[in-house]
Design a protein around this ligand. Structure first.
Ligand SMILES: Cc1ncc(COP(=O)(O)O)c(C=O)c1O
Length: 407
């Protein structure tokens, strides 16, 4: 933990050479948390001082099969021995694009990149290139990445960066219709997350009527329906997260889980938007690296062969049931929201996340790495032992909250 020697020393060195000591959401989420990690295997991670934790954050999503999944690592090693960053992509690029198009129902083509922000930004650009229009509607409070058009922090952002955005409220179709009417004949697309997973707030599953309403609105206006599946993709469903809802987007943004922790992102799209995708100039020095693509192929195969989505759902449901039993036994009012594989816990009336902070810090001391202000992630590597250890830690965490409230 943070009071450990190696972590303290690294923090001191980082303060001198890394702005703020750390940036983005990788800054440790509380004083009790280690800032630096040494390694991970399966559903466990170790910090630089050797403390072991059951991993309920999975690197904020990418680790879906567990750390160092044998088949994924073998595929990455085999590709690394042949080549990674070459003058042009390897054959794995076509293999992976074919596999993603076969796996995701709405997809007729794929463009591969590195980060989720690449993918969401590219979706907006393609929507504009295809329609010849400018405005993209986004849900208030939704996170779509860290570029100036979508970063949640105002520093360094100009009004022009936001000039072509309109806003609606998630699950509120009337608010989308109002925003669309305001955009008028300049509506290029509607960007939406598969469910409401704004950090620090109770989560909200999508109302199928809302999803269908967006589809109808985009059909009526020839605007792009863009699904931001960066955080949830391949954790809820082996296809787009809205396939079970019965709604297909025109474009979708992917990253995080698609290569089990290796740097890769994808934009998938249908034939109606292929022309726009062909016309935009998109590239990156490392976008064509072959190792993450080989890892992604192995990840998708393992997700299928190991019934990983079902396994995560089962473990996530047991975690939810155990935590809700514990909350009841400690007589604490909580909200446990979102899908079981990406849950989030809040305490009633805990606006400033004080109780969540007490809970998370004690869970960490007990050996469960979860987060006070961001949804958690369950991986398919979680065993019964991992679950038991996590639940022991959360029971101690509820005890700490009860004690804190008593004081
Ligand atoms: C829904 C969503 N979209 C986009 C992004 C941006 O992805 P990245 O951090 O890889 O750029 C994230 C990252 O957390 C995300 O959760």
């Amino acid at each position: 933990m943070s009071e450990g020697t190696a972590d303290r020393q690294l923090r001191e060195r980082a303060r001198a050479v890394i702005p703020g000591g750390m940036y983005g959401h990788q800054a440790a989420p509380g004083a009790a948390y280690p800032q630096f990690m040494r390694g991970g295997r399966g559903a466990r991670v170790w910090d630089v001082d050797g403390n072991e934790y059951v991993d309920l954050m999975c690197s904020y999503g990418p680790v879906v099969l567990g750390h160092l999944h044998p088949a994924v690592e073998a595929a990455a090693r085999a590709q690394a021995e042949i080549g990674d960053c070459m003058n042009a992509p390897g054959p794995v690029m076509v293999d992976l694009a074919e596999l993603m198009v076969r796996t995701v129902r709405h997809a007729d083509w794929a463009i591969l990149a590195k980060n989720g922000t690449d993918a969401t930004t590219m979706c907006c650009t393609i929507a504009r290139a295809q329609t010849g229009r400018s405005k993209i509607l986004v849900a208030k409070g939704a996170y779509h990445g860290a570029a100036p058009w979508c970063t949640p922090r105002p520093a360094g952002v100009t009004p022009a960066d936001h000039a072509n955005l309109g806003h609606y409220a998630f699950n509120d179709l009337a608010s989308v219709q109002r925003a669309a009417a305001e955009a008028g004949d300049d509506l290029a697309g509607i960007l939406v997350s598969p469910f409401k997973h704004d950090a620090g707030f109770d989560q909200e599953l999508v109302d199928p009527l809302f999803a269908r309403g967006l589809r109808e609105l985009c059909d009526a206006t020839a605007a792009a329906l863009i699904l931001d599946d960066v955080r949830a993709g391949f954790r809820l469903h082996l296809g787009s997260s809205w396939e079970p809802v019965g709604v297909d987007p025109d474009l979708s943004a992917w990253s995080k889980a698609i290569a089990n922790g290796r740097a890769l992102a994808a934009v998938l799209g249908n034939d109606a938007f292929r022309g726009g995708a062909k016309n935009v100039f998109v590239t990156g020095s490392f976008w064509f690296a072959a190792v993450p693509m080989a890892a992604a192929i192995a990840t998708i195969k393992a997700l299928k062969e190991e019934n990983a989505i079902e396994a995560m759902h089962r473990m996530g449901s047991q975690l939810r049931d155990g935590i809700l039993d514990q909350a009841r036994s400690w007589d604490l009012a909580v909200n446990y929201t979102g899908p079981p594989v990406m849950p989030y816990l809040t305490f009633a009336g805990d606006q400033d996340h004080e109780l969540a902070g007490v809970f998370a810090a004690q869970a960490l001391r007990g050996g469960a790495y979860l987060h006070p202000r961001h949804n958690w992630f369950v991986s398919a590597a979680m065993t019964g032992d991992d679950l038991a250890l996590a639940l022991e830690a959360t029971d101690q965490a509820f005890a700490a909250v009860r004690k804190h409230l008593g004081q």
